[in-house]
Design a binder for this molecule. Sequence first.
Ligand code: CA
Length: 224
Amino acid sequence: MKILVIEDEIKTAKFLKKGLAEAGFVVDVAEDGAEGLNLALGLEFDLIVLDLMLPAMDGWQVLSRLREKNRQALVLILTARDAIHERVRGFDLGADDYMVKPFAFSELLARIRSLLRRAAPRPQETLRMADLEIDVLRHRATRAGQRLDLTTKEFLLLSLLTRRAGEVLSRTLIAESVWDMNFDSDTNVVDVNVRRLRSKVDDPFPLKLIHTVRGAGYVLELEN
Ligand code: CA
């Protein structure tokens, strides 16, 4: 889970980074609003801890730009400003929680965990398509009852395609979801892996599930 802390008070920022890292989160820190917005737009974060009084761009602007760009990261405002109308404004702009400084770290952590828990989609344990069955929790896939011998990435790729069966997924989306990084131009790795995946999932079976949509990407579906 990745958290972005946008906070200009160095001491508070360091304290948050240390505490959240100890709690198992990956933490990035931005020391002004403009840098924070840039980071938030460029990378995927699960949650953003946002101060309001910031240099370069205040927290209100950061939040409204984020929501304009349709970024869904959870936002927890952490600020010394505690007037009711400011809290209301925060929620109106799309904040998910609001906490006033001075704060207890244990409460902040509890709120962050609670937000993330509520936002997490409940994992479906088994994904199915025709005779393909994926046991998500045990990382096992079978076709017609035969175990498929997949690498971790192949398993993730197959799970993604199956979870979103019927939807054409672009190479970029696949690269970002499975490899957790941006492949601006080199999406060849996706093609190579889809080919390998097909050799295991489709080649031995008469019914083909993974299809190429020229110029668009890949889709898992039953052919009509
Ligand atoms: Ca501040």
